[in-house]
Design a protein around this ligand. Sequence first.
Ligand code: GBH
Length: 487
Amino acid sequence: TSYGAFGRNRTFPPGFLFGVAQSAFQVEGAWNIDGKKDSIWDHFVHENRSRILNRDTADVACDSYHLYREDVKLAAAIGMKMYRFSISWPRVLPDGTSKTINKKALRFYEHLVHEIRHHGMVPVATLYHWDLPQALMDAGVDWTNPKVVDHFVDYARIVIKRLHHVGYWVTVNEPHTFCREGYGVGVFAPGIRSSGRDEYKCIYMMMMAHATVYRMYKNEFPRHEGKMSMALDIQWFQPKNASSAADIAATRRTADFDTGLYAHPVFLGGWPPEAERRIAERSRRANLTKSRLPAFSPVEIALINGTFDFFGVNMYTGYLVENLPEFPHNVSSYEADVHSQLSFSPNWTLETGYFAFTPNAPLHILRYVKETYNNPEILILEIGSSDDGSTLYDELRIRLFHNYFNSILDAIYDYDVNVSGLNIWSILDNFEWASGYALHFGLYYVDMDDPHRTRYPKMSTEFVNQMTRLNRVPAIESIRPIYENSM
Ligand code: GBH
C-alpha cells in the first residue's frame, strides 16, 4: 500500500464534511403510528415472514421515530458535520398521493431537520430509499408504471416545500440495488422476479422520476440552495484473470451494466451505448418486437442529461469479474445480457455480510467516477462495513476505515479527485433489509431485544471521533486506549 509523499499524516481538505447515514425504513420503526400506512417494505416483510432472516421485522427497528433527538446528539458528539436520513413516502402521503397529507409526518421531518441544524450539521435528505407506498402498488402504480413519476414529483414538492434547510437532496437511493433486488432477483420488495425485463423498466422509470424531480426543484425552488443528485452504488471491478482478454471485456461490460445504466443517462446523456446495443440485439434474437431496455426519446435524453449538482456515491467493496460464455439467444435476463460472474479475491477479508474489505477500493472507485463522468464534485453518501454484533471491539471496521479513508485522501491528493465529504453507513445498527438484524453496520450497537433500544458506542466511534477532531486518519493503535479510557 502506498500513501504517496505525505505518508499517513495528510489532513482532509478545508471544508471536507464528515457525516453519518441511515434510512427511514431501517431505523424509524413506528410503522403504523401517527397516520403512517404501509410501504412496499412493510407489506413485503409482513406478508411472508420467512423472506427476512430470523423472521425479523422493522416494526420498531431502532425506534428512531421517537429517539431521533438522541441519534442526532450521538452523531454531533463524535464531531459529525453532516447527517443523512430519508423521508418515508407513506408516512407523509399514506395513500401515496397528494390527496391526503399527513401533517404529523411533515412536522416530524421538520423537527428532525431542525435538530440536525441545531447541532451544527448539514441535513442530507433522501426522498426515496426503497419504501414506495403500498397503496400505489395496490393500484398498479409501481416502478414499471409511468404514472409513478408524477406521484413522485407531487410527493417531492410537498416535502421540499416544507424542508428549507436541507443541504443535499438525494432523489433516489441506489436504483441499481432497488431494481436488481426488487424487480430482477425478487429478494427485496416488491419481490418481483423479472430479470432484464421489469428490472429494466424500473431503471427507466427511476431515471425519469429522478430527472423530473430535479427539473421541478430547479424551476419551482430557485431560491433553495440545497444541491440535488442521486446515490449510486459503485463497485470496483477488476478482471479475475488480468491477462485474459475475455475477463477484461467482461469487467468493462459489468461496469457498463451495473454503473453505466444508472449513471450514463444523468451524467453523460442516454443509455451507455454498449449495454443498449447488447440488450437490443439479444431482444431481437429472442424475436421480441422491441428492446427489453425501454428507449429514451431525444426529449427524454435531454430531460435527464445534466440533472445533478454533484455525484453521490455509495461504496463498500470490490469484485473480481470473470467472463461467462454467451447464454442461448432466447434467454431474456440481465444475467444473460451481462454474462459475467462476480467473486471476491482470496486476499480480501470477508465481512459478516455481503461485502469484502477490498484494500484501496475507494481510490479506484473515485478515479473511475472522475475519469468516466467528467470530474464531477463527488459526495460519498455511504461508506461502511458490517459486523455480527458479537463485540463492541470492531477491529475489522477500524482497519477498513483506516485503509478506506486514507485511500480517499490518495484520490484527493494524488489524483485530484474532487471529493467534498463522506457519510458513514451507519450511525446505528439497523434493519438490514432481507438480512434483518443479523448484519450490524452501526458505529453504535443497538440491542433489538431491549425495549429501550439503548445505543452503545463501538470502538469505531472513537476512531471516527479522533478523525473528526484531528481532521486526518488516526493511527489504528491509538484508538483502543482512548476507547477504554472513555468507558
Ligand atoms: C446500501 O445498499 C443501502 O443503501 C443501505 O440501505 C444498506 O443498508 C447498506 O448499503 C448496507 O448494505 O448478496 O445477493 O444478497 C447496499 C445494498 C444489497 C448490496 C444487497 C449487496 C447483496 C445481494 N446491498 N447486495 S446478495
